[in-house]
Design a protein around this ligand. Sequence first.
Ligand code: ATP
Length: 269
Amino acid sequence: MTDALEEPATVSTSAPPPPPAALSLRGLSKRFGRTVAVDGISLDVPAGSFYGVVGPNGAGKTTMLSMATGLLRPDAGTAAVSGADVWTDPTAAKHAMGVLPDGVGVFDRLTGAQLVTYAGLLRGMDRPTVTARTDELLAALDLEDARDTLVVDYSAGMTKKVSLAAALIHAPRLLVLDEPFESVDPVSTSRIRQILAGYVASGGTVIVSSHVMDLVQRMCDHVAVVAAGRVLAAGTVDEVRAGRSLEDRFVELVGDPRRAEGLAWLRTS
Ligand SMILES: Nc1ncnc2c1ncn2[C@@H]1O[C@H](COP(=O)(O)OP(=O)(O)OP(=O)(O)O)[C@@H](O)[C@H]1O
């Protein structure tokens, strides 16, 4: 009797497919009257990245992020969160995402604690979990003393922080934060950076828009430079800055044609 020959183990040589991008934009476009705010933007934000979006005033950052998060319907193009289309599969896409929009009103006749609690209950979370997380978030963002103050009486920075808490409460896998540090004091900025760094280290993805190049260079691992509704450069921070500071590279990419012109009347001597 002969021993049966063992079947050779089959070794697959094909690598597993890469995970879908945390956020994938294809040909996003938006026009307001004659103003082209976003002009066919395509961008992939890798899962697990800390992604900065920078650009001059009026570049189209808020319009792009609003379309990417389902707040503004695009004229053309698509946005998908971990493969779920934001407009045709909004439940799945929005479940995976926490959003801090810029310039969108909050329910400011609620107290800070009520606003964060409301955000958690709206996400279908149970009340004990919402209560515990609300307390933790308000403490982490230094809002404990203001928890029972109406948001309408908050400062701009406090409103930003309570809105961030509302975006975080359901522990989404993707955070989209439009200008999260605007009006926020340095201690709170540092605290928020720590929270976000820990979140990325645990596998979350953060997208932040900011005008503070130094902050983006230190905090983010990827960056996109947007101007006039288009992406001028995108990649890792080191790729985009190409050996210079991000600020120098930004000015080089975006240009500053009016730098030395005019305002002679403002010079006192
Ligand atoms: N609702 C709107 N109606 C008309 N025009 C708009 C509207 N929203 C934005 N725009 C225009 O679209 C362009 C892009 O604006 P957007 O707010 O997206 O820029 P941004 O990069 O976020 O600017 P900033 O850095 O100043 O916040 C600007 O020219 C702006 O005036």
